[in-house]
Each structure stands twice: as C-alpha cells, then as structure tokens.
Design a binder for this molecule. Structure first.
Ligand SMILES: [Zn+2]
Length: 49
C-alpha cells in the first residue's frame, strides 16, 4: 500500500472508496510517518464499513 499526505492528513493510494481526496502528485511513501492525522476512510477507521 502506498500513502500520500495532503493538508497534514495521510491517505492511501488508491484512496478509500468513501474518501473525497484528490491525488495531485503528492509525494508517495510506503510508511506512515508520525505526526500526521490518518484519514478515517482510507485507513479503515470509519465504523460501519
Ligand atoms: Zn483519505
């Protein structure tokens, strides 16, 4: 899984099905750095999915 950070929130690529983020050539990473928020849609933190 690859990740990218937008506005200090980390998303997966491809983004989660319900995530509305638009990937725009942000730097891709394969680890989750500390100090960023995790997108609940991309990171499967959203309940009921
Ligand atoms: Zn997301």
């Amino acid at each position: 899984m690859l990740y990218f950070i937008k506005d200090n929130i980390i998303h997966s690529l491809p983004a989660g099905r319900r995530c509305k983020v638009a990937y725009a050539n942000e730097k891709l990473r394969d680890t989750i750095p500390h100090g960023v928020k995790e997108c609940p849609f991309c990171m499967n933190l959203w309940p009921g999915e």
